[in-house]
Design a protein around this ligand. Structure first.
Ligand SMILES: [Zn+2]
Length: 124
């Protein structure tokens, strides 16, 4: 399910995807992070919107991957510095209300599909 409302900070039209499951929603127009569970959608944090490279997959895109119908409901760009070199990748959060979440990770044009492990990992 999804709900439409205007950003509490800048008034831009927003779509809350995975309603009832999402805790927060970031406005791509102004960088505000809004409370998805609060019907007034109060502002939790403000970030200056950074315009980077356009994402491969826009929020709201739908498709079938390995037989599962999935919708892109989130995206983050992550990076790590190792030996003075910055390595960067993009993580897309995919959602199906009957299947749950998947992560589609893109790094330099290479793609990996990940699923969160449900069981605890034993420490040695
Ligand atoms: Zn906004």
């Amino acid at each position: 399910m999804s709900a439409r409302f205007d950003c509490t900070s800048c008034g831009a039209p927003l779509v809350l995807r995975a309603e009832g499951v999402s805790d927060s929603l970031a406005c791509e127009h102004c960088g505000a992070v809004l409370d998805a569970r609060d019907p007034r959608h109060q502002i939790l944090a403000r970030y200056r919107a950074k315009l980077g490279r356009a994402p491969w997959l826009p929020i709201g895109a739908r498709g079938t991957l390995r037989g599962e119908k999935l919708e892109v409901i989130g995206r983050q760009t992550r990076a790590v510095r190792y030996s003075g070199v910055i390595y960067q990748w993009n993580e897309y959060l995919l959602w199906n209300p009957y299947k749950g979440f998947r992560w589609l990770v893109e790094s330099n044009g290479h793609w990996n599909l990940l699923k969160t492990v449900e069981t605890k990992v034993k420490e040695r």
